[in-house]
Design a protein around this ligand. Structure first.
Ligand code: ADE
Length: 363
């Protein structure tokens, strides 16, 4: 399908034609900071039955948990990887609850000094779960303290200085480490090899997200119909954390502007007003694609350049924005950098010109 006959290459950036209103840059980040942690805690599922989605992983985990109970040994160390917001921490909490043990939650940047990781390992009780988020950011020293702890449940402590240095082998309780990362590839080989189960968390389908939304709405006493839930689901970037944020904001809108019940019409209006388009892209997603198209002729362009131009750090672009754009087929990664796909042009309502400057056909 030809979507435009205006082939002026330098003037082909018409902005969104995707149902989103003309969106001026709006500070969604700030709104996310306002998000109430207690709210998130209240709607977090606590059992496998309550936890929606990731069914293959759930089945594997149920069997592993059952087997470890029968053998009366702690669960194998687990590594979860995948984009943020898909429920890695939530799942770790569910596992702890299903086994009936305590979970200690930390993240790699908080384990900067050797004494941080030693302290937390020594504070564990038998069978407990240690959850380390962003585990790919663990420093070398912390990793090396962790290896014998994971493998044989001891740590080597050193005391004294230079000639009088002594090493003591100290046992730590048998524990299960659950590591979470958005970048499995950035984990060192030896650390990765010490996990018994390594599993990727998948993006959610719209049906799964609609179930998450209806469940959360029920807990929060928010009235929503099926189509309202589907509308929010389809704009939630396949991510439950985002779905849960959007329900709250849509509920606020429904309450202030209408009678409080979320219908499809109200959800559409509310999300349009937040500059979240019909694919779930926000201003930054669109700015990223538009930048590649407008300034770099569709790419390829290096992520470092995009980072400077957008004022977003590389890690945020790679971990937060790109996975969903890649999954939606709007962005492609090549070894020469990022490229906007034809679909991105189509979504943004920008005509696509092929290498010969001809109007391209959309597949
Ligand atoms: N809230 C966030 N993630 C969830 C999930 N996977 N199932 C149910 N509720 C959720």
């Amino acid at each position: 399908m030809i979507i435009s006959d205006d082939n002026n290459k330098n003037n082909n950036h018409k902005g969104a034609s995707n149902g989103a209103p003309k969106c001026k840059s709006q500070d969604l980040e700030t709104k996310e900071l306002e998000f109430d942690k207690t709210y998130e805690k209240n709607i977090r599922p606590k059992t496998f039955d309550e936890y929606i989605g990731q069914s293959a992983l759930k089945e594997t985990l149920k069997i592993t948990i059952e087997a470890s109970k029968k053998r009366n040994i702690p669960l194998d160390h687990l590594l979860f990887y995948g984009p943020p917001g898909l429920g890695k921490t939530t799942l770790a909490g569910v596992i702890a609850n299903e086994i009936g043990v305590n979970i200690k939650i930390t993240s790699a940047p908080a384990l900067e000094r050797p004494r941080d990781i030693i302290g937390i390992l020594m504070s564990l009780k038998g069978g407990e779960i240690l959850f380390i988020d962003e585990i790919h950011r663990l420093n070398k020293v912390a990793e090396e303290i962790l290896y014998p702890a994971m493998e044989d449940f001891f740590i080597d402590l050193t005391t004294g200085k230079s000639q009088s240095v002594k090493t003591m082998r100290v046992p730590v309780p048998k524990f299960t480490l659950i590591g979470a990362t958005t970048k499995a590839g950035a984990l060192s080989g030896p650390l990765r090899d010490r996990f018994g189960i390594i599993h990727r968390l998948e993006f959610y389908t719209i049906d799964e997200l609609a179930q998450v939304i209806k469940r959360s709405a029920k807990i929060l006493n928010i009235k929503i119909d099926d189509n309202g839930a589907k509308e929010i689901a389809s704009r939630s970037r396949a991510t439950p954390r985002i779905a849960n944020r959007l329900i709250k904001r849509t509920a606020d809108y429904a309450l202030v502007k209408y009678d409080g019940k979320i219908t499809q019409k109200i959800a559409k209006e509310a999300l349009d007003s937040l500059c979240i388009d019909n694919l779930g892209l926000d201003n930054t997603d669109r700015a990223l694609l538009e930048l590649i198209i407008k300034n770099y002729d569709g790419g390829p362009v290096g992520v470092e350049t995009l980072s400077v131009a957008l004022g977003e750090d590389i890690r945020t672009i790679e971990d937060v924005y790109e996975p969903f754009l890649l999954q939606k087929g709007l962005l492609a990664r090549t070894n020469r950098g990022r490229r906007a796909t034809k679909l991105a042009y189509q979504h943004l309502g920008i005509k696509y010109l092929d290498q010969n400057g001809q109007i391209g056909l959309f597949d």
